[in-house]
Design a protein around this ligand. Structure first.
Ligand SMILES: Cc1cc2nc3c(=O)[nH]c(=O)nc-3n(C[C@H](O)[C@H](O)[C@H](O)COP(=O)(O)OP(=O)(O)OC[C@H]3O[C@@H](n4cnc5c(N)ncnc54)[C@H](O)[C@@H]3O)c2cc1C
Length: 432
């Protein structure tokens, strides 16, 4: 079993074209994942000079480590969102979640990115009868408030959707899609470079300082440059370089195993429509077939971000989880295991806007393949507006919502409370 991302074995992400560090750019971007690279492409296409700084290599963060599920909706249920933000604002955010998938599809087509994008839909499966009742309510609300149709699958018909007998019903949303994230992020990087931007790999941003009204001084491991605007696109890897943002984001580990390739018949039995599948627990499992018919099975096996020891422990925990869902895989070999870090805001919402003059987009909470791509574009548009004064192409519905920090301010960016949160989620799953 290899401790590495399966997706990176399906594509060689070409190294960025090497260039000298410019003295000055319009926009400096920190992080070369979906957010940073989509923003770069939009900005460079609009004529801005852009430098992207990535501590490691293109797509090294969550963008090459995820499940490749391109999902509708937000992390929180519609009823919670409506209670919190009202119907109108929630409807705009929900519409954005649908638009984000169209946006990914359009980008893939325009830039000709071979990343196995397919509108295969998602299936949410109910771990308890009560969860299936919640699915019915939620599908009704989604149709009524957001004019978006989802299909309810009762337990006695679930066999047509999944080769597992442990669930109490399901909900299908045909709008969702799947893709190969490493190929997608590689394609975004090429598109950003074609548009004229420069990506600096192995280039850590150490410090960002305000310099008068004219912009920022950015110290990197490659040298110093000036920029009119800075975009922080560091997701779960946000650090003390941007302390205000770090205190608003909780980094949480998520882990994935991938099996050997399955016989065609077995793969069709496990997931007849090749859906992106996840269950209804707080401590959830998510799984899908890869384009070459392996089972990819993920979950929050440990709450802490990835280390060699959490990855190794997760492999066994996830294998046991996979066998409770699919006992058919008892003799199937696990070939890959890896982990990555998710970015949770305290309100479990994505946030994209400006704080202390810095632009940012993060807080995707494990629901970020489509949303980070979409918000990368939105935040780039608002940077262009700040630079040129031209009005914005389309609004960002997440710019206006409050971005809360920790309750009582009890958080300095080191998530000491994660073991308690993990235990709390397990208890909730048992009780509800
Ligand atoms: C295991 C896992 C499974 C997931 N599955 C799904 C899924 O199936 N569907 C879904 O919708 N979402 C999923 N997600 C979430 C999704 O992958 C992320 O929301 C998305 O990739 C975030 O992209 P990003 O560009 O904002 O951040 P990232 O891709 O994490 O990029 C941030 C980058 O910033 C760099 N960086 C940080 N600090 C600095 C610095 N000071 N200087 C230079 N560079 C710096 C890091 O090296 C990193 O490469 C998953 C995430 C994980 C970890």
């Amino acid at each position: 079993m290899q401790e590495k991302t399966f997706w990176l074995d399906t594509v060689e992400i070409p190294a960025a074209v090497t260039r000298e560090l410019p003295q000055r750019v319009d926009v400096a971007i920190i992080g070369a994942g979906f957010t940073g690279l989509t923003a770069t492409r939009t900005l460079a296409k609009s004529g801005a000079t852009v430098a992207v700084f990535e501590s490691q290599t293109i797509g090294w963060g969550a963008s090459s480590r995820n499940g490749g599920m391109v999902l509708t909706g937000l992390k929180l249920p519609a009823a919670t969102l409506i209670d919190r933000y009202g119907k109108e604002a929630t409807a705009r955010m929900y519409a954005a979640s649908l638009e984000s998938i169209d946006f990914v599809e359009k980008l893939v087509r325009e830039e000709n990115i071979a990343c196995d994008f397919a509108r295969c839909g998602h299936l949410e499966v109910a771990c308890k009868p009560k969860h299936f009742d919640d699915f019915r309510r939620s599908a009704d609300e989604t149709a009524r408030h957001f004019n978006h149709k989802q299909r309810i699958i009762p337990k006695n018909q679930l066999q047509s959707e999944i080769g597992s007998a442990i669930y109490h019903g399901g909900l299908v949303d045909a709008t969702s899609a799947g893709l190969n994230p490493a190929r997608f992020v590689a394609g975004l990087a090429r598109a950003a470079e074609r548009a004229g931007a420069t990506i600096f790999e192995h280039s850590h941003v150490d410090q960002i300082q305000r310099e008068g009204a004219s912009g920022w001084k950015i110290a990197t491991s490659r040298g110093t440059l000036r920029a009119k605007n800075v975009l922080v696109a560091t997701s779960g890897y946000t650090s003390r370089v941007t302390p205000t943002l770090q205190k608003k984001i909780i980094p949480i580990g998520s882990y994935i195993i991938v099996t050997e390739a399955l016989p065609e018949k077995l793969a069709a039995e496990l997931s007849p429509h090749n859906r992106m599948i996840f269950d209804s627990k707080n401590y959830l499992y998510y799984y899908r077939l890869t384009p070459d018919r392996r089972m990819l099975f993920g979950g929050r096996a440990a709450f802490f971000p990835e280390t060699s020891s959490t990855i190794r422990r997760s492999a066994e925990i996830l294998r046991r989880g996979m066998l409770t869902v699919y006992p058919q895989l008892r003799d199937t070999k696990i070939e890959y295991v890896w982990g990555g870090t998710l970015d949770f805001a305290f309100d479990i919402m994505p946030h994209a806007g400006q704080l202390d003059g810095l632009h940012y987009s993060l807080g995707y909470a494990g629901h970020g393949v489509a949303m980070s791509t979409y918000l990368g574009d939105k935040v780039a548009q608002s940077i262009m507006q700040a630079q040129t004064g031209k009005s914005i192409r389309d609004e960002n519905p997440f710019a206006q919502i409050p971005f809360p920090g920790a309750p009582l301010g009890f958080y300095d960016g080191r998530p000491w409370f994660l073991p308690f949160a993990g235990a709390w989620y397990k208890l909730l799953d048992w009780l509800t």
